[in-house]
Ligand binder design. Structure first.
Ligand SMILES: [Zn+2]
Ligand SMILES: [Zn+2]
Ligand SMILES: [Zn+2]
Ligand SMILES: [Zn+2]
Length: 598
Protein backbone atom coordinates (compact mmCIF):
# COMPACT_ATOMS: atom_id res chain seq x y z
CA UNK A 1 0.00 0.00 0.00
CA UNK A 2 1.23 3.51 -0.86
CA UNK A 3 1.41 6.39 1.58
CA UNK A 4 -1.49 8.82 1.55
CA UNK A 5 -1.73 12.50 2.44
CA UNK A 6 -4.82 13.66 4.31
CA UNK A 7 -6.16 16.95 5.63
CA UNK A 8 -6.85 17.09 9.37
CA UNK A 9 -10.53 17.69 10.19
CA UNK A 10 -9.51 19.99 13.01
CA UNK A 11 -6.43 22.09 12.15
CA UNK A 12 -6.69 21.58 8.37
CA UNK A 13 -2.98 20.76 8.13
CA UNK A 14 -1.78 17.89 5.96
CA UNK A 15 -0.58 14.65 7.47
CA UNK A 16 0.75 11.50 5.89
CA UNK A 17 -0.31 7.94 6.53
CA UNK A 18 2.57 5.62 5.69
CA UNK A 19 2.33 2.00 4.47
CA UNK A 20 3.35 0.76 7.97
CA UNK A 21 0.52 2.78 9.47
CA UNK A 22 -2.00 1.22 7.08
CA UNK A 23 -0.68 -2.21 8.10
CA UNK A 24 -1.37 -1.37 11.72
CA UNK A 25 -4.88 -0.03 11.02
CA UNK A 26 -5.67 -3.16 8.98
CA UNK A 27 -4.35 -5.40 11.71
CA UNK A 28 -6.64 -3.90 14.34
CA UNK A 29 -9.50 -3.38 11.84
CA UNK A 30 -9.99 0.37 12.09
CA UNK A 31 -10.33 2.95 9.32
CA UNK A 32 -7.42 5.41 8.97
CA UNK A 33 -7.68 8.56 11.16
CA UNK A 34 -9.17 11.87 10.00
CA UNK A 35 -7.38 14.02 12.60
CA UNK A 36 -3.62 14.68 12.41
CA UNK A 37 -1.41 13.07 15.09
CA UNK A 38 -1.14 16.28 17.15
CA UNK A 39 -4.90 16.94 17.11
CA UNK A 40 -5.48 13.31 18.09
CA UNK A 41 -3.13 13.71 21.05
CA UNK A 42 -4.78 16.97 22.10
CA UNK A 43 -8.21 15.36 21.87
CA UNK A 44 -7.17 12.54 24.21
CA UNK A 45 -5.54 15.02 26.58
CA UNK A 46 -8.87 16.86 26.84
CA UNK A 47 -10.21 13.89 28.82
CA UNK A 48 -7.22 13.79 31.18
CA UNK A 49 -7.48 15.91 34.31
CA UNK A 50 -4.28 14.99 36.09
CA UNK A 51 -3.87 17.72 38.67
CA UNK A 52 -6.82 20.06 39.16
CA UNK A 53 -8.39 18.84 42.37
CA UNK A 54 -11.56 20.00 44.12
CA UNK A 55 -13.48 19.30 47.28
CA UNK A 56 -16.92 17.81 46.69
CA UNK A 57 -19.38 15.40 48.29
CA UNK A 58 -19.38 11.69 47.54
CA UNK A 59 -22.80 11.00 46.02
CA UNK A 60 -23.05 7.72 47.95
CA UNK A 61 -21.60 8.17 51.46
CA UNK A 62 -22.03 11.99 51.38
CA UNK A 63 -18.59 12.56 52.92
CA UNK A 64 -16.46 15.41 51.64
CA UNK A 65 -13.76 14.09 49.30
CA UNK A 66 -10.96 15.30 47.05
CA UNK A 67 -12.00 14.92 43.44
CA UNK A 68 -10.99 15.69 39.88
CA UNK A 69 -14.67 16.62 39.35
CA UNK A 70 -15.75 19.97 40.78
CA UNK A 71 -19.04 20.04 42.72
CA UNK A 72 -20.87 21.79 39.86
CA UNK A 73 -20.19 18.97 37.38
CA UNK A 74 -23.31 17.15 36.28
CA UNK A 75 -21.92 13.67 36.98
CA UNK A 76 -22.44 11.23 39.78
CA UNK A 77 -19.14 10.99 41.68
CA UNK A 78 -18.26 8.42 44.35
CA UNK A 79 -15.26 8.57 46.66
CA UNK A 80 -12.70 5.81 45.96
CA UNK A 81 -13.78 3.51 48.85
CA UNK A 82 -17.44 3.70 47.73
CA UNK A 83 -16.69 3.41 44.02
CA UNK A 84 -14.47 0.35 44.47
CA UNK A 85 -16.98 -1.31 46.85
CA UNK A 86 -19.81 -3.75 46.10
CA UNK A 87 -22.40 -1.25 47.36
CA UNK A 88 -23.51 -0.54 43.81
CA UNK A 89 -23.55 -2.25 40.42
CA UNK A 90 -22.62 -0.52 37.16
CA UNK A 91 -24.72 -3.05 35.22
CA UNK A 92 -27.88 -1.62 36.75
CA UNK A 93 -27.32 1.37 34.47
CA UNK A 94 -27.16 -0.88 31.38
CA UNK A 95 -29.32 0.11 28.43
CA UNK A 96 -30.35 -1.10 24.98
CA UNK A 97 -28.60 0.44 22.03
CA UNK A 98 -30.96 2.90 20.31
CA UNK A 99 -30.50 2.93 16.53
CA UNK A 100 -32.38 6.25 16.26
CA UNK A 101 -29.58 8.10 18.12
CA UNK A 102 -25.85 8.37 17.46
CA UNK A 103 -23.49 6.21 19.50
CA UNK A 104 -21.74 9.22 21.06
CA UNK A 105 -25.04 10.77 22.28
CA UNK A 106 -25.97 7.51 23.97
CA UNK A 107 -22.52 7.14 25.46
CA UNK A 108 -22.66 10.69 26.82
CA UNK A 109 -26.02 9.94 28.45
CA UNK A 110 -24.60 6.84 30.10
CA UNK A 111 -21.58 8.88 31.30
CA UNK A 112 -24.04 11.19 33.09
CA UNK A 113 -25.82 8.30 34.85
CA UNK A 114 -23.11 5.87 35.96
CA UNK A 115 -20.99 6.90 39.00
CA UNK A 116 -17.44 8.11 38.31
CA UNK A 117 -14.58 7.70 40.76
CA UNK A 118 -13.47 10.93 42.46
CA UNK A 119 -9.75 10.23 42.08
CA UNK A 120 -8.01 7.80 39.82
CA UNK A 121 -5.69 5.35 41.49
CA UNK A 122 -5.19 1.74 42.38
CA UNK A 123 -7.09 2.45 45.55
CA UNK A 124 -6.05 -0.50 47.68
CA UNK A 125 -2.33 0.26 47.16
CA UNK A 126 -2.47 3.83 48.53
CA UNK A 127 -1.46 4.43 52.13
CA UNK A 128 -2.04 7.84 53.68
CA UNK A 129 -1.92 9.55 50.29
CA UNK A 130 -5.35 11.12 49.76
CA UNK A 131 -4.32 14.11 47.66
CA UNK A 132 -3.03 12.10 44.71
CA UNK A 133 -4.38 11.22 41.26
CA UNK A 134 -3.51 8.68 38.56
CA UNK A 135 -1.31 6.81 41.00
CA UNK A 136 -0.59 3.40 42.49
CA UNK A 137 1.50 2.02 45.37
CA UNK A 138 2.14 5.22 47.33
CA UNK A 139 2.88 5.69 50.99
CA UNK A 140 2.70 9.02 52.82
CA UNK A 141 2.65 11.08 49.63
CA UNK A 142 0.99 14.43 49.05
CA UNK A 143 -0.10 16.24 45.89
CA UNK A 144 1.54 13.86 43.51
CA UNK A 145 0.03 12.70 40.23
CA UNK A 146 0.75 10.20 37.47
CA UNK A 147 3.18 8.40 39.81
CA UNK A 148 3.76 4.95 41.29
CA UNK A 149 5.88 3.24 43.94
CA UNK A 150 6.84 6.32 45.96
CA UNK A 151 7.26 7.00 49.64
CA UNK A 152 7.20 10.41 51.33
CA UNK A 153 7.16 12.27 48.01
CA UNK A 154 5.41 15.61 47.57
CA UNK A 155 4.37 17.86 44.68
CA UNK A 156 5.44 15.65 41.80
CA UNK A 157 4.17 14.46 38.47
CA UNK A 158 5.52 11.37 36.73
CA UNK A 159 7.63 10.23 39.67
CA UNK A 160 8.37 6.51 39.94
CA UNK A 161 10.16 4.36 42.55
CA UNK A 162 11.36 7.32 44.64
CA UNK A 163 11.81 8.29 48.27
CA UNK A 164 11.74 11.70 49.97
CA UNK A 165 11.61 13.76 46.79
CA UNK A 166 9.88 17.12 46.40
CA UNK A 167 8.84 19.04 43.30
CA UNK A 168 9.82 16.52 40.63
CA UNK A 169 8.73 15.85 37.07
CA UNK A 170 9.06 12.63 35.04
CA UNK A 171 11.82 11.03 37.09
CA UNK A 172 12.53 7.59 38.42
CA UNK A 173 14.46 5.80 41.19
CA UNK A 174 15.60 8.91 43.08
CA UNK A 175 16.10 9.76 46.70
CA UNK A 176 16.20 13.15 48.46
CA UNK A 177 16.01 15.12 45.21
CA UNK A 178 14.38 18.51 44.73
CA UNK A 179 12.96 20.68 41.96
CA UNK A 180 14.23 18.65 39.02
CA UNK A 181 13.04 16.93 35.88
CA UNK A 182 14.12 13.78 34.07
CA UNK A 183 16.40 12.46 36.80
CA UNK A 184 17.10 8.76 37.16
CA UNK A 185 18.87 7.01 40.04
CA UNK A 186 20.00 10.26 41.65
CA UNK A 187 20.60 11.05 45.28
CA UNK A 188 20.57 14.57 46.79
CA UNK A 189 20.43 16.33 43.43
CA UNK A 190 18.68 19.72 43.26
CA UNK A 191 17.60 22.12 40.47
CA UNK A 192 18.74 19.72 37.71
CA UNK A 193 17.55 18.07 34.52
CA UNK A 194 18.16 15.06 32.25
CA UNK A 195 20.74 13.43 34.47
CA UNK A 196 21.38 9.91 35.64
CA UNK A 197 23.20 8.31 38.58
CA UNK A 198 24.40 11.60 40.10
CA UNK A 199 24.94 12.32 43.78
CA UNK A 200 25.28 15.46 45.94
CA UNK A 201 25.04 17.87 43.03
CA UNK A 202 23.18 21.01 42.00
CA UNK A 203 22.26 22.68 38.71
CA UNK A 204 23.19 19.76 36.44
CA UNK A 205 22.10 19.28 32.86
CA UNK A 206 22.74 16.11 30.85
CA UNK A 207 25.23 14.64 33.31
CA UNK A 208 25.79 10.96 34.07
CA UNK A 209 27.59 9.44 37.03
CA UNK A 210 28.67 12.75 38.59
CA UNK A 211 29.32 13.34 42.28
CA UNK A 212 29.76 16.73 43.94
CA UNK A 213 29.25 18.72 40.77
CA UNK A 214 27.76 22.18 40.44
CA UNK A 215 26.37 24.03 37.40
CA UNK A 216 27.73 21.41 34.98
CA UNK A 217 26.57 20.14 31.61
CA UNK A 218 27.47 17.08 29.49
CA UNK A 219 29.81 15.53 32.08
CA UNK A 220 30.36 11.78 32.42
CA UNK A 221 31.63 10.19 35.65
CA UNK A 222 33.25 13.27 37.16
CA UNK A 223 33.68 14.61 40.66
CA UNK A 224 34.19 18.06 42.17
CA UNK A 225 33.43 20.09 39.07
CA UNK A 226 32.05 23.63 39.12
CA UNK A 227 30.79 24.98 35.79
CA UNK A 228 32.62 22.04 34.14
CA UNK A 229 35.96 22.92 35.76
CA UNK A 230 37.73 20.39 37.97
CA UNK A 231 38.71 21.12 41.58
CA UNK A 232 40.21 19.16 44.46
CA UNK A 233 37.71 18.18 47.19
CA UNK A 234 38.88 21.11 49.36
CA UNK A 235 39.17 23.40 46.35
CA UNK A 236 35.54 22.58 45.45
CA UNK A 237 34.22 23.82 48.80
CA UNK A 238 36.53 26.79 48.73
CA UNK A 239 35.39 27.80 45.23
CA UNK A 240 31.68 27.58 46.16
CA UNK A 241 32.40 29.81 49.16
CA UNK A 242 34.34 32.24 46.97
CA UNK A 243 31.41 32.37 44.52
CA UNK A 244 29.16 33.20 47.46
CA UNK A 245 26.75 30.30 46.89
CA UNK A 246 24.41 29.41 49.73
CA UNK A 247 21.73 26.84 48.84
CA UNK A 248 19.57 27.88 51.81
CA UNK A 249 19.10 31.39 50.43
CA UNK A 250 16.34 32.00 47.91
CA UNK A 251 18.23 34.89 46.29
CA UNK A 252 21.41 32.83 45.98
CA UNK A 253 19.63 29.74 44.58
CA UNK A 254 17.76 31.80 42.00
CA UNK A 255 20.90 33.69 40.96
CA UNK A 256 22.92 30.51 40.50
CA UNK A 257 20.09 28.77 38.64
CA UNK A 258 20.13 31.64 36.11
CA UNK A 259 23.89 31.55 35.99
CA UNK A 260 23.87 27.80 35.35
CA UNK A 261 21.31 28.20 32.54
CA UNK A 262 23.51 30.86 30.95
CA UNK A 263 26.53 28.56 31.27
CA UNK A 264 24.65 25.55 29.80
CA UNK A 265 23.65 27.65 26.77
CA UNK A 266 27.30 27.75 25.64
CA UNK A 267 27.38 23.96 25.07
CA UNK A 268 25.85 21.67 22.43
CA UNK A 269 22.74 19.63 23.20
CA UNK A 270 22.13 16.26 21.65
CA UNK A 271 19.16 16.59 19.23
CA UNK A 272 17.18 14.08 21.32
CA UNK A 273 16.92 13.11 24.99
CA UNK A 274 17.29 9.38 24.69
CA UNK A 275 19.27 6.46 26.06
CA UNK A 276 19.58 2.77 25.16
CA UNK A 277 17.30 2.69 22.10
CA UNK A 278 17.28 1.24 18.60
CA UNK A 279 15.61 2.88 15.61
CA UNK A 280 13.48 5.52 17.29
CA UNK A 281 12.32 9.11 16.81
CA UNK A 282 10.67 11.57 19.15
CA UNK A 283 12.04 12.78 22.49
CA UNK A 284 12.62 11.54 26.04
CA UNK A 285 12.77 7.93 24.86
CA UNK A 286 14.50 5.19 26.82
CA UNK A 287 15.06 1.44 26.32
CA UNK A 288 12.84 1.30 23.24
CA UNK A 289 13.01 0.04 19.68
CA UNK A 290 11.20 0.69 16.40
CA UNK A 291 9.19 3.42 18.05
CA UNK A 292 8.56 6.72 16.30
CA UNK A 293 7.11 10.17 16.84
CA UNK A 294 6.77 9.36 20.52
CA UNK A 295 7.55 11.29 23.70
CA UNK A 296 8.27 10.26 27.25
CA UNK A 297 8.36 6.58 26.48
CA UNK A 298 10.23 3.80 28.26
CA UNK A 299 10.55 0.23 26.99
CA UNK A 300 8.25 0.43 23.96
CA UNK A 301 8.44 -1.57 20.73
CA UNK A 302 6.94 -1.19 17.28
CA UNK A 303 4.89 1.83 18.27
CA UNK A 304 4.11 5.29 16.94
CA UNK A 305 2.56 8.53 18.24
CA UNK A 306 2.79 7.41 21.87
CA UNK A 307 3.18 9.68 24.91
CA UNK A 308 3.84 9.25 28.62
CA UNK A 309 4.41 5.50 28.60
CA UNK A 310 6.86 5.41 31.49
CA UNK A 311 6.12 1.87 32.67
CA UNK A 312 8.00 -0.46 30.29
CA UNK A 313 6.38 -3.15 28.16
CA UNK A 314 4.38 -1.57 25.33
CA UNK A 315 4.15 -3.45 22.04
CA UNK A 316 2.45 -2.50 18.79
CA UNK A 317 0.66 0.65 19.94
CA UNK A 318 -0.42 3.80 18.13
CA UNK A 319 -1.79 6.97 19.70
CA UNK A 320 -1.45 5.59 23.20
CA UNK A 321 -1.08 8.02 26.09
CA UNK A 322 -0.01 7.20 29.62
CA UNK A 323 0.99 4.09 31.44
CA UNK A 324 2.26 0.93 29.67
CA UNK A 325 3.32 -2.00 31.86
CA UNK A 326 2.64 -4.85 29.48
CA UNK A 327 0.25 -3.49 26.87
CA UNK A 328 -0.17 -4.77 23.34
CA UNK A 329 -2.25 -3.67 20.35
CA UNK A 330 -3.40 -0.36 21.77
CA UNK A 331 -4.91 2.43 19.67
CA UNK A 332 -6.31 5.89 20.52
CA UNK A 333 -6.39 5.07 24.20
CA UNK A 334 -5.17 6.79 27.33
CA UNK A 335 -4.48 5.98 30.96
CA UNK A 336 -4.31 2.30 30.21
CA UNK A 337 -1.96 -0.53 31.05
CA UNK A 338 -1.05 -3.51 33.21
CA UNK A 339 -1.50 -6.62 31.07
CA UNK A 340 -3.95 -5.27 28.57
CA UNK A 341 -4.50 -6.38 24.98
CA UNK A 342 -6.36 -4.97 21.99
CA UNK A 343 -7.78 -1.77 23.48
CA UNK A 344 -9.24 0.95 21.23
CA UNK A 345 -10.78 4.39 21.75
CA UNK A 346 -10.86 4.15 25.53
CA UNK A 347 -9.96 6.11 28.63
CA UNK A 348 -8.68 4.17 31.62
CA UNK A 349 -8.43 0.44 31.07
CA UNK A 350 -6.29 -1.61 33.46
CA UNK A 351 -5.43 -5.02 34.88
CA UNK A 352 -5.89 -7.85 32.45
CA UNK A 353 -8.53 -6.26 30.22
CA UNK A 354 -8.85 -7.41 26.59
CA UNK A 355 -10.82 -6.41 23.51
CA UNK A 356 -12.17 -3.17 24.94
CA UNK A 357 -13.60 -0.39 22.74
CA UNK A 358 -15.08 3.02 23.49
CA UNK A 359 -15.05 2.53 27.23
CA UNK A 360 -14.37 4.83 30.18
CA UNK A 361 -13.16 3.90 33.67
CA UNK A 362 -12.92 0.13 33.32
CA UNK A 363 -9.97 -0.65 35.58
CA UNK A 364 -10.23 -4.37 36.12
CA UNK A 365 -10.55 -7.53 34.03
CA UNK A 366 -13.02 -6.54 31.36
CA UNK A 367 -13.06 -8.36 28.08
CA UNK A 368 -15.18 -7.84 25.01
CA UNK A 369 -16.92 -4.68 26.11
CA UNK A 370 -18.06 -1.78 23.94
CA UNK A 371 -19.29 1.64 25.06
CA UNK A 372 -19.16 0.84 28.78
CA UNK A 373 -18.61 3.13 31.78
CA UNK A 374 -17.28 2.26 35.26
CA UNK A 375 -17.48 -1.48 34.70
CA UNK A 376 -15.29 -4.06 36.45
CA UNK A 377 -14.79 -7.83 35.96
CA UNK A 378 -17.29 -8.12 33.11
CA UNK A 379 -17.48 -9.41 29.58
CA UNK A 380 -19.80 -9.16 26.59
CA UNK A 381 -21.33 -5.83 27.62
CA UNK A 382 -22.52 -2.95 25.43
CA UNK A 383 -23.59 0.31 27.12
CA UNK A 384 -23.21 -1.58 30.42
CA UNK A 385 -25.81 -4.21 29.39
CA UNK A 386 -24.75 -7.84 29.31
CA UNK A 387 -25.28 -10.11 26.28
CA UNK A 388 -24.60 -13.71 25.35
CA UNK A 389 -21.32 -14.11 23.46
CA UNK A 390 -22.86 -14.51 20.00
CA UNK A 391 -25.38 -11.70 20.53
CA UNK A 392 -22.56 -9.43 21.67
CA UNK A 393 -20.56 -9.83 18.47
CA UNK A 394 -23.66 -9.44 16.23
CA UNK A 395 -24.73 -6.26 17.98
CA UNK A 396 -21.20 -4.85 18.04
CA UNK A 397 -20.95 -5.30 14.27
CA UNK A 398 -24.33 -3.60 13.79
CA UNK A 399 -23.30 -0.66 15.99
CA UNK A 400 -20.03 -0.19 14.11
CA UNK A 401 -22.01 -0.15 10.85
CA UNK A 402 -24.48 2.30 12.41
CA UNK A 403 -21.62 4.57 13.54
CA UNK A 404 -20.32 4.61 9.96
CA UNK A 405 -23.72 5.26 8.40
CA UNK A 406 -25.03 7.74 10.98
CA UNK A 407 -22.02 9.75 12.01
CA UNK A 408 -22.13 12.19 14.90
CA UNK A 409 -21.48 15.83 14.10
CA UNK A 410 -20.16 17.72 17.08
CA UNK A 411 -20.90 21.36 17.83
CA UNK A 412 -17.97 22.66 15.79
CA UNK A 413 -18.87 20.52 12.78
CA UNK A 414 -16.38 17.64 13.08
CA UNK A 415 -17.66 14.30 11.90
CA UNK A 416 -17.28 11.35 14.26
CA UNK A 417 -17.67 7.82 12.94
CA UNK A 418 -16.25 4.50 14.15
CA UNK A 419 -12.49 5.06 14.25
CA UNK A 420 -12.36 8.36 16.16
CA UNK A 421 -11.71 8.85 19.86
CA UNK A 422 -14.51 10.49 21.90
CA UNK A 423 -15.37 14.05 20.80
CA UNK A 424 -14.25 16.75 23.29
CA UNK A 425 -17.92 17.82 23.73
CA UNK A 426 -18.51 14.82 25.96
CA UNK A 427 -15.38 15.23 28.09
CA UNK A 428 -16.28 15.70 31.76
CA UNK A 429 -13.56 18.36 31.97
CA UNK A 430 -13.04 21.88 30.73
CA UNK A 431 -10.05 22.48 28.47
CA UNK A 432 -8.03 24.28 31.13
CA UNK A 433 -8.52 21.50 33.67
CA UNK A 434 -6.78 19.00 31.45
CA UNK A 435 -3.33 18.09 30.17
CA UNK A 436 -4.26 19.72 26.84
CA UNK A 437 -3.76 23.08 28.56
CA UNK A 438 -0.27 22.07 29.76
CA UNK A 439 1.03 21.28 26.28
CA UNK A 440 -1.26 23.25 23.96
CA UNK A 441 -1.99 26.28 26.10
CA UNK A 442 -4.99 28.45 25.18
CA UNK A 443 -6.61 31.44 26.83
CA UNK A 444 -10.32 31.53 27.55
CA UNK A 445 -11.20 33.27 24.30
CA UNK A 446 -9.18 30.88 22.12
CA UNK A 447 -10.62 27.90 23.94
CA UNK A 448 -14.22 29.08 23.49
CA UNK A 449 -13.67 29.88 19.81
CA UNK A 450 -12.44 26.31 19.25
CA UNK A 451 -15.59 25.01 20.90
CA UNK A 452 -14.05 23.81 24.16
CA UNK A 453 -15.40 24.34 27.65
CA UNK A 454 -13.53 26.69 29.99
CA UNK A 455 -13.43 26.72 33.78
CA UNK A 456 -13.49 30.11 35.44
CA UNK A 457 -11.52 30.77 38.65
CA UNK A 458 -12.83 29.07 41.79
CA UNK A 459 -14.08 31.21 44.63
CA UNK A 460 -11.53 30.83 47.37
CA UNK A 461 -12.58 30.86 50.97
CA UNK A 462 -9.28 31.60 52.64
CA UNK A 463 -7.45 34.71 53.72
CA UNK A 464 -3.82 35.21 52.73
CA UNK A 465 -1.81 35.76 55.92
CA UNK A 466 1.65 36.21 54.41
CA UNK A 467 2.83 37.64 51.10
CA UNK A 468 5.44 35.50 49.34
CA UNK A 469 7.76 38.52 49.02
CA UNK A 470 7.77 38.77 52.83
CA UNK A 471 9.10 35.23 53.30
CA UNK A 472 12.56 35.08 54.92
CA UNK A 473 15.33 34.80 52.32
CA UNK A 474 17.15 32.05 54.22
CA UNK A 475 15.67 28.79 55.47
CA UNK A 476 17.52 29.21 58.78
CA UNK A 477 15.30 32.21 59.59
CA UNK A 478 12.09 30.21 59.09
CA UNK A 479 10.29 28.99 62.20
CA UNK A 480 7.83 26.08 62.53
CA UNK A 481 5.01 28.64 62.72
CA UNK A 482 5.31 29.07 58.94
CA UNK A 483 3.13 25.98 58.42
CA UNK A 484 0.15 27.94 59.82
CA UNK A 485 0.45 30.70 57.22
CA UNK A 486 -1.52 31.01 53.99
CA UNK A 487 1.15 32.35 51.63
CA UNK A 488 0.32 34.24 48.45
CA UNK A 489 1.69 32.77 45.20
CA UNK A 490 4.03 35.29 43.56
CA UNK A 491 2.06 34.85 40.31
CA UNK A 492 -1.20 35.97 41.98
CA UNK A 493 -3.30 34.11 39.44
CA UNK A 494 -2.15 36.16 36.45
CA UNK A 495 -0.18 33.39 34.71
CA UNK A 496 -2.60 31.00 32.94
CA UNK A 497 -0.94 28.14 34.85
CA UNK A 498 -3.90 27.14 37.01
CA UNK A 499 -2.41 29.25 39.80
CA UNK A 500 -4.21 28.56 43.08
CA UNK A 501 -3.10 32.08 44.23
CA UNK A 502 -2.00 30.79 47.65
CA UNK A 503 -0.22 27.85 49.21
CA UNK A 504 0.94 26.42 52.50
CA UNK A 505 4.16 24.87 53.72
CA UNK A 506 3.32 21.57 55.36
CA UNK A 507 5.47 20.39 58.23
CA UNK A 508 7.14 17.44 56.43
CA UNK A 509 8.07 19.87 53.69
CA UNK A 510 9.59 22.36 56.12
CA UNK A 511 11.68 19.59 57.71
CA UNK A 512 12.95 18.62 54.27
CA UNK A 513 13.98 22.20 53.38
CA UNK A 514 15.73 22.57 56.74
CA UNK A 515 17.54 19.24 56.48
CA UNK A 516 18.64 19.88 52.87
CA UNK A 517 19.31 23.60 53.41
CA UNK A 518 16.88 24.73 50.70
CA UNK A 519 14.86 27.95 50.68
CA UNK A 520 11.04 28.12 50.81
CA UNK A 521 9.34 28.27 47.41
CA UNK A 522 7.59 31.47 46.32
CA UNK A 523 5.03 29.90 43.99
CA UNK A 524 2.01 27.64 44.48
CA UNK A 525 2.46 23.95 43.51
CA UNK A 526 0.70 24.39 40.13
CA UNK A 527 2.90 27.32 39.14
CA UNK A 528 5.99 25.40 40.29
CA UNK A 529 4.91 22.47 38.11
CA UNK A 530 4.51 24.85 35.15
CA UNK A 531 8.04 26.23 35.61
CA UNK A 532 9.40 22.68 35.35
CA UNK A 533 7.24 21.98 32.28
CA UNK A 534 8.80 25.01 30.60
CA UNK A 535 12.21 23.39 30.95
CA UNK A 536 11.20 20.36 28.90
CA UNK A 537 10.88 20.32 25.12
CA UNK A 538 7.46 20.33 23.44
CA UNK A 539 5.62 17.29 22.05
CA UNK A 540 6.50 18.23 18.52
CA UNK A 541 9.25 17.49 16.00
CA UNK A 542 11.02 19.59 13.41
CA UNK A 543 13.50 18.44 10.77
CA UNK A 544 16.76 20.32 11.27
CA UNK A 545 20.42 20.25 10.30
CA UNK A 546 23.21 19.58 12.78
CA UNK A 547 24.65 22.90 14.00
CA UNK A 548 28.25 21.72 13.99
CA UNK A 549 30.21 23.88 11.55
CA UNK A 550 33.44 21.85 11.74
CA UNK A 551 35.59 23.59 14.33
CA UNK A 552 32.80 25.25 16.27
CA UNK A 553 29.03 25.54 16.47
CA UNK A 554 27.16 27.57 13.83
CA UNK A 555 26.82 30.49 16.25
CA UNK A 556 30.55 30.23 17.15
CA UNK A 557 29.68 30.08 20.85
CA UNK A 558 31.01 26.55 21.30
CA UNK A 559 34.43 25.53 20.09
CA UNK A 560 34.79 21.80 19.37
CA UNK A 561 37.36 19.96 21.49
CA UNK A 562 37.84 16.94 19.22
CA UNK A 563 38.08 16.15 15.54
CA UNK A 564 34.74 15.11 14.00
CA UNK A 565 33.97 12.59 11.26
CA UNK A 566 33.28 15.47 8.83
CA UNK A 567 36.61 17.12 9.63
CA UNK A 568 36.52 20.94 9.21
CA UNK A 569 33.47 20.90 6.90
CA UNK A 570 29.98 21.59 8.16
CA UNK A 571 28.25 18.44 9.40
CA UNK A 572 25.61 17.40 6.85
CA UNK A 573 23.49 15.28 9.20
CA UNK A 574 19.78 15.99 9.53
CA UNK A 575 17.44 14.79 12.24
CA UNK A 576 13.98 15.12 13.67
CA UNK A 577 14.22 17.11 16.90
CA UNK A 578 11.94 18.71 19.45
CA UNK A 579 14.22 21.79 19.47
CA UNK A 580 12.34 24.18 17.19
CA UNK A 581 14.47 26.04 14.61
CA UNK A 582 14.15 29.43 16.33
CA UNK A 583 15.56 28.20 19.65
CA UNK A 584 18.91 29.48 20.81
CA UNK A 585 20.38 26.24 22.13
CA UNK A 586 23.15 24.64 20.08
CA UNK A 587 21.86 21.34 18.71
CA UNK A 588 24.23 18.61 17.48
CA UNK A 589 23.60 15.26 15.80
CA UNK A 590 24.38 12.08 17.70
CA UNK A 591 27.85 11.68 16.11
CA UNK A 592 29.01 15.26 16.71
CA UNK A 593 27.63 15.23 20.25
CA UNK A 594 29.38 11.94 21.02
CA UNK A 595 32.67 13.36 19.69
CA UNK A 596 32.42 16.17 22.25
CA UNK A 597 30.93 14.30 25.19
CA UNK A 598 32.74 11.15 26.14
ZN1 LIG B 1 -4.76 18.65 13.16
ZN1 LIG C 1 0.48 30.16 41.49
ZN1 LIG D 1 26.73 16.64 13.25
ZN1 LIG E 1 30.60 17.80 14.05
Amino acid sequence: MKSETKTCQNCKSQFTIEPDDFDFYNKIKVPPPTFCPECRLRRRFMFRNERILYKRKCDLCKKEVISIYSQDKDYKVYCPPCWWSDKWDAQEYGREYDFSLSFFEQFDELMHKVPHVALIGIHKTLVNSEYTNQVGSLKNCYLITNSDYDERCYYASGLEHSFDCFDMYNSTHNELCYDSLYLAKCNRVFFSQNSEACVDSLFLKDCIGCVNCFGCINLRNQQYHIFNKKFSPEGYKEELRRLGFDSGSYISSEAFHSRAKEFWSRFPNKFIHARRNKNISGDYIYNSKNTHDSFDVNGAEDSRYCTLLMAPGTKAAYDYTEYGDSAELIYETQLAGLQIYNIKFSHLVWSGSRNVEYSYLTPQNCSNIFGCVSLRNQNYCILNKKYKEGEYFDLRDKIIQHMQDHSYKNKIGHTYTYGEFFPPDISPFCYNETTAQEFFTLNEKESMSQGYQWKGPETRNYQISLQSEDLPDHIRSVSDAISKEIISCAHQGTCNENCTTAFQIISAELQFYKKMNLPLPRLCPNCRHSQRLKQRNPLKLWTRKCQCAGEHSDNKVYKNTAEHFHSTNHCSNEFKTSYSPEREEIVYCEKCYQSEVV
